[in-house]
Design a protein around this ligand. Structure first.
Ligand SMILES: Nc1nc2c(ncn2[C@@H]2O[C@H](COP(=O)(O)OP(=O)(O)O)[C@@H](O)[C@H]2O)c(=O)[nH]1
Ligand SMILES: [Mg+2]
Ligand SMILES: [Zn+2]
Length: 308
């Protein structure tokens, strides 16, 4: 019997890292499907498993899934009621954004951060491709940095091409299971290669961007880092799903709106059109950023469709 951590899952096969760096292809027995959780994959990257090891063929049969600290889900496809576990035991979420090529929208950032809050996993924003930024882009970057650091999120500048910002990022990732998310084309794969050159992963050309729109089930891969810890790449993952979020819960996951909501006249204020709403007052004065508030309203509006 061996114990290890799953670093790749293809739905039927699992690559397990164990011992001092051995990697073994494993299968599972049928008994792993949980009764109440409709997930398409019973085991995900980040899971700790026990398995019967066959050293001769370097194969194994997973016999036990150890308890998870957490797991991150998404809807398996847009319409299905099934969920895919993207990763388990995640310590830190990193959202990579770019100001241009491609432009990352504030609402996309806010949906990601809201999900991180709901999962109670710390989140950091990485602003990549700073080497491309002129005056206008730098202004935009500074605006986003001040917006998000004020709320409490760390923002790290990065230019992988110019090798700037990598060292500080390593200190944040060291020894942890890190999930890296972001729009297609922002530089996620390039970063993982820079952090661990031995991996030599294929980066995406512009022509591959269209893949983003399709709902192909891609399985995330977890890459060991030479400085300790792992980085999970999540190709094709546009958003994470939080199951069962109620309308009156959403603002709990916007920290500055939540803090301000304590001053609202009504305890059940949704900060939409209620009288005496301290949140809307704060938007008026600029204490809460109007774009953040707009993201909140958009999520509030479509939460029936999207999150229930
Ligand atoms: N100028 C510039 N380009 C970058 C940087 N990082 C990545 N890229 C380019 O962005 C494109 C997409 O990168 P990729 O890693 O495939 O993005 P992913 O879809 O997020 O995995 C590639 O052409 C990279 O060379 C950077 O720091 N500066
Ligand atoms: Mg990629
Ligand atoms: Zn209110």
């Amino acid at each position: 019997m061996e114990q290890g951590i799953v670093i790749k899952s293809t739905g039927s096969h699992y690559r397990v890292l164990h011992g001092d760096g051995k990697i073994t292809d494993c299968v599972i027995r049928g008994k792993f499907r949980k009764k109440n959780l409709r997930t398409t994959n019973p085991i995900a990257v980040g899971d700790n498993v026990k398995f019967d090891y066959e050293p001769d063929s370097n194969t194994g049969i997973i016999t036990e899934l150890l308890d998870r600290r957490n797991y991150i889900l998404r809807k398996a496809t847009n319409l299905s009621k099934e969920f895919q576990i993207i990763a388990a035991n995640v310590d830190h979420l990193f959202l990579m954004i770019t100001i241009i090529l491609p432009e990352t929208l504030v609402e996309f950032i806010d949906r990601f951060l809201m999900t991180a809050e709901a999962y109670r996993v710390p989140a950091t924003i990485i602003i990549n491709k700073t080497d491309l930024y002129g005056e206008a882009e730098t202004k935009r970057m500074e605006y986003l940095e001040s917006l998000y650091t004020r709320i409490g999120y760390e923002c790290l500048r990065l230019s992988i091409i110019k090798n700037q910002g990598l060292e500080i990022l390593k200190t944040r990732m060291k020894g942890k299971i890190n999930l890296l998310a972001g729009n297609s084309g922002v530089g996620k794969t390039t970063l993982i290669n820079a952090l661990n050159p031995a991996l030599n992963l294929k980066t995406e050309a512009i022509s591959d961007y269209h893949k983003q729109g399709k709902h192909v089930t891609t399985f995330p891969e977890m890459h060991p880092m030479p400085f300790g810890g792992f980085v999970i790449d999540s190709p094709g993952i546009r958003g994470f799903g939080v199951i069962d979020m109620e309308k009156n819960e959403i603002y709990h996951f916007f920290p500055e709106i939540f803090r301000t909501s304590k001053e609202c006249r009504f305890y059940n204020c949704l900060h939409f059109d209620e009288p005496g709403c301290a949140v809307r007052d704060a938007v008026e004065t600029g204490a809460i950023d109007p774009l953040r508030y707009r993201s909140y309203l958009n999520i509030l509006n479509d939460n029936n469709r999207k999150y229930r």
